[in-house]
Ligand binder design. Sequence first.
Ligand SMILES: [Zn+2]
Length: 83
Amino acid sequence: MLMTDYSVCPKCHQQSWRMMPFARYVIFLSALPVLVTLIVTFIVHPLFVLFVPVVLLLNMRAAKKRIRLGRCQACLYTGPCAS
Ligand SMILES: [Zn+2]
């Protein structure tokens, strides 16, 4: 697996394919569960805030296993990585 920021687009084959940054992907995965946890924290008990790092940790592990999304800057195709 290439670690470069730009690679070849699976659709138009131009060197404009950009992978979604890992941190952004984790935030993308965690946004909803973290929001739910924060709502529970405010309604039920402040101790539920401890679940936020747990959710982030679980999503970081999930993001490593999952196929990451990429986007082509030339034809604007968005999808999973080709390789
Ligand atoms: Zn393309």
